[in-house]
Unconditional design. Sequence first.
Length: 210
Amino acid sequence: MTPLGLYQPGASVLHRLGAGWKLLGLLVFAVLTFVLSWPLALAGCVLGVAAAYLLARIPPRRCWQASRLLIPLLLLVFLLQWWMLGLDRAAVVCLRLLAALGAANLFTLTTRVDDLVSAVERGLRPTRRFGVRPERVGLLVGLTIQAVAALSTIATQVRDAQRARGAERSVSAFAVPFLIRTLRHADDLGEALAARGVGDDWSSGHQDRR
């Protein structure tokens, strides 16, 4: 399993830190951002995430790729929250989202998928006695990250092709090729998993019960 457009190679402290520790830190940080309700405290969390990007030496180009998708979303959320709940509440919600999503994006930029899958499998080994299969959970985590990266790559390629044809304002010119390429990717992924025998044990067990 290899990274698809998310991992940014590097030798920073965050890159060298174990995937399990980074995942634990991300979960704690996400909980912290949703516990805090003071705009100044949440602004400090955002500044902390920005400092972590500098520590990881993430190129500005990669930061912009995430920002150009995140900023319109945050702007829409801010306007809706301001209209419904007021300015202070809108600021709190948007700062929470900015800090949490920024930290999650930094995690994917500094963590290899293979390392994350291995960390999840090691962490869940004690649960095997309860019927949990760590390798399946690890595979699910890896496939989820790969799917996000693959869909992002497909969307970028379709958007570039749409812009080259001068059809930037056409919804169908984007939606139809994106849907076709997404379904094709899903078929290829299904065939690859079937070739590796993933799901064979479930299928045989299901047939035995029948």
